[in-house]
Ligand binder design. Structure first.
Ligand code: CP
Length: 303
């Protein structure tokens, strides 16, 4: 039995297989319409979500399966003090696979260690978000057509942004990747993530300037400042609008730049940018559904 807690648990070959399955689902969705008949996905979300929970649920329905959902921790027995371990044991009696989001880093790993069914980490605190990375990889595959020889700018809250940590980990496995880490000093990438980059032999630069970085980028991955991870509201208010991508700032960008964002967006990309052909963030959310379909099939052992 396999779980998915950290994107690095998937080999490059497995990522290629998932991307290939997702592309086949996009082209031939009808072939997959009954693959999960009789199977149930439990979505256990102890933190808010729109895309991840609903795309997991849409994915399972499009595979012909069913969904048990817990969208609000306050209405579950977690509110009475039930542990993540006991919750995972219980859900294993009712479902075939779990997607779990939790504010505490490591909670989905605890669930995996106690469940008798596959557990997928749908985001744990400021730690990892591997299925967002699957969506990001399919976006890069379809929009750039390659994973090697890319300069990737990651901009915003690189300290608490779990999607950034997972994407950096995944991209270090490819060749000739340069990371441009654009953030305020206070929201820099944690050292353990920088070590993943250098251990893999890649370069990174840290900068506070989005404007100066723009001309060199093949991909710009914007992120929201993660209000829910701040201990101090004043600090959040001071930093929240550090970067706002607007049409003017794109004047110096490459014609084939791919603009990504895991969403939700707050202020960090102005709505006018949505009309730019380089804006890929809504496609990215759609690709997430196809990658989650491919992942559910893989973890359930369905060909
Ligand atoms: N990208 C992402 O995780 O979005 P949600 O928080 O809406 O699930």
């Amino acid at each position: 039995m396999r779980h998915l807690i950290d994107i690095l648990e998937l080999s490059v070959n497995e990522l290629d297989e998932l991307i290939s399955t997702a592309c086949d689902i996009i082209e031939n969705g009808e072939k997959y319409a009954h693959k999960c008949a009789g199977k149930k996905l439990a979505t256990l979300f102890f933190e808010p979500s729109t895309r991840t929970r609903l795309s997991f649920e849409a994915a399972m329905y499009e595979l012909g399966g069913n969904v048990l959902t817990m969208a609000d921790a306050g209405s579950s027995s977690a509110a009475k003090g039930e542990s993540v371990a006991d919750t995972a044991k219980m859900i294993s009696c009712y479902a075939d696979i779990i997607a779990m989001r939790h504010p505490k880093e490591g909670a989905p790993l605890v669930a995996a260690n106690n469940a008798t069914i596959p557990v997928i980490n749908a985001g744990d605190g400021g730690h990892h978000h591997p299925t967002q990375t699957l969506a990001d990889l399919l976006t890069i595959h379809r929009e750039k057509g390659r994973f090697n020889d890319l300069t990737i700018g990651l901009c915003g809250d690189l300290k608490f942004g779990r999607t950034v940590h997972s994407l950096i980990g995944a991209m270090t496995r490819y060749k000739h990747i340069k990371f441009v880490l654009i953030s305020p000093e206070e929201l820099r990438v944690p050292d353990y993530v920088k070590n993943i980059i250098t251990d893999a032999g890649h370069e990174f630069i840290e900068t506070t300037s989005l404007e100066e970085s723009m001309p060199m980028l093949d991909i710009l991955y914007m992120t929201r400042v993660q209000r829910e991870r701040f201990f101090n509201e004043e600090e959040y208010l001071r930093l929240k609008d550090s970067y706002i991508l607007n049409v003017e700032k794109l004047n110096n960008a490459k014609e084939d730049l791919v603009i990504m964002h895991p969403l939700p967006r707050v202020n960090e990309i102005s709505v006018a940018v949505d009309n730019d052909k380089r804006a890929c963030y809504f496609k990215q959310a759609l690709y997430g559904k196809y990658m989650r379909m491919a992942l559910i099939l893989k973890l359930l052992g369905i060909k």
